[in-house]
Write a protein of this length. Structure first.
Length: 483
């Protein structure tokens, strides 16, 4: 899909300015986010491969050019340039599914100022949305443990693409299936679904509705039991149907409860099913679930076997936007890339200058310890220190006095890697299942203190000595100049 006009208008007006005043100048932009979503201890990076596909297909059609011309904001020379435009920049990124943290670079774009500026809004749209949904789902999946989570959010998602992108991100985050059939087709996600209350209401009785459904789907039968009365009607009728169906030894028999006191109803339903000799019938629940409600149900001992989660997962409920931003960090000069920095009265909003990467450190058991943001030019020397297990200094990004030295660690790896060069994808595309499995390994490498829902431990994101020195020096120079 060509989405070249999926950009904020000012990206195009700036692009035209670059075209006339500095068409050959190059820069480096990076994407990062400022605040951990859901007051959590980690986020999951998602949306990379859809972004790369979009970048590879960037072009301005005749209709696009005609529309831009109608706005009376662009000169003919610039519109002629756009007719042959394609993205020819380089993209570096952390792998999709990586556990990530505030203020560290996640994506770098190297290219002409024109093309790097143009893709800002598109990049943020892909990464911000899918990352927030993957993060929310990872939190939900972590609470669920080995009990399957089904994504039921299509009807509450933000529009058609929101539903599709969110289904993809939710699968990466840990949902085992989706109710969205189109997402199943596009992304190869397992699809799941049972029945609506309307099915039950369209027959002469609830029992007949269950019997007819069982006739059509005898192998995977899930009955919705709360249309009229869960305990007085739904479960007794399900018992009648399943008592007969179990003679065929189907692989799945389950009831779904979609309303009411889920703890009370699931416990009563379990007792009734077991009493009828149906301990193999599973109990699925839905109804505005999230990680907090699920945790409470699990802690209360509710005998729930699977979760259907919709609105509060697919919308990133209560924190629906990642605080991702895209800033220029370097501009190419005669001697290479020269660092750029944005100054603010708020220390946390001062950007980290220069072309950077992130090195992640682990203890002897492979558990994540801390991330060190460093300049690419110091990568080789830093790797030599790591290979010899030398102590490494970690400097706080916003204050000069806060620092520590990491003396003991087991290993370290670099997170950001090239994924697109001169507009061509150069990395083998993982399957969505492989991204999902990688995400799970990432979460497994986090200490339990970072995965707490309430007051999680804050993961350490620090600057190398060289980067800290550069940043402090640039801040002093700019403030002295403007004093």
């Amino acid at each position: 899909m060509n989405i070249s006009l999926l950009t904020d208008f000012y990206e195009l007006t700036m692009m035209q300015g670059y075209f006339f005043y500095c068409p050959d100048e190059e820069g480096v932009f990076e994407m990062f986010f400022r605040r951990q979503p859901f007051e959590g201890g980690y986020a999951i990076f998602a949306g990379l491969w859809p972004l790369l596909d979009a970048l590879g297909g960037l072009k301005f059609t005749a209709d696009d050019i005609a529309y831009l011309e109608s706005l009376n904001a662009f000169k003919n020379e610039f519109l002629e340039y756009l007719k042959d435009f394609s993205f020819r920049g380089d993209v570096y990124s952390v792998p999709e599914g990586t556990a990530v943290f505030p203020n560290e670079p996640l994506v770098r774009v190297h290219g002409s100022l024109m093309e790097a500026q143009l893709v800002e809004s598109m990049l943020l749209n892909f990464i911000n949305f899918q990352s927030i949904i993957a993060t929310k789902t990872a939190r939900i999946a972590a609470v669920a443990g080995d009990r399957p989570v089904m994504e039921f959010g299509l009807r509450r998602a933000q529009g058609v693409d929101g539903a599709l992108s969110a289904a993809r991100a939710a699968f990466i985050g840990g949902a085992g299936s989706t109710s969205n059939t189109m997402a199943g087709k596009l992304y190869g996600i397992p699809v799941s679904g049972t029945m609506a209350h309307s099915w039950v209401m369209n027959f002469s009785s609830e029992l007949e509705a269950f019997e007819k459904y069982t006739e059509i789907y005898p192998d995977r039968c899930v009955l919705l039991v709360d249309t009229f009365d869960t305990l007085k009607s739904g479960i007794p009728n399900a018992i009648v149907v399943f008592s007969e169906l179990r003679k065929k030894n189907p692989p799945l028999m389950a009831v779904r409860i979609d309303s009411g006191d889920l703890e009370y109803l699931s416990k009563k339903a379990r007792k009734m099913l077991d009493g009828a000799g149906l301990p193999d019938v599973k109990i699925f629940v839905s109804s505005d679930l999230d990680e907090w409600i699920m945790r409470q149900l699990i802690q209360s001992g509710a005998p729930i076997d699977a979760w259907g989660v919709g609105t509060r997962m697919i919308t990133g409920w209560n924190d629906p936007a990642l605080t991702g931003v895209y800033k220029i960090v370097a501009k190419k000069g005669d001697g290479g890339f020269e660092p750029r920095i944005k100054i603010s009265n708020q220390a946390e909003k001062i950007t980290n200058p220069g072309v950077k990467n992130v090195m992640r450190f682990y203890d002897g058991k492979g558990v994540m310890l801390a991330d060190l943001i460093h300049l690419e030019e110091e990568a080789e020397d830093l790797r030599k220190l790591v290979d010899r297990r030398k102590p490494i200094r970690f400097n706080h990004p916003a204050t000069d006095y806060a620092k520590f030295t990491l003396f003991e660690y087991g290993s370290a790896n670099t997170l950001i890697e090239p994924v697109m060069m001169q507009g061509e994808i150069m990395k083998e595309r993982p399957t969505l299942q492989e991204i999902r499995e990688y995400r799970q390994r990432q979460v497994d490498l986090l200490d339990a203190t970072f995965k707490r829902l309430l007051n999680p431990h804050i993961y350490k994101i620090s600057l190398s000595d060289a980067l800290k020195g550069m940043k402090s020096g640039m801040i002093r120079s700019i403030r002295d100049t403007n004093a």
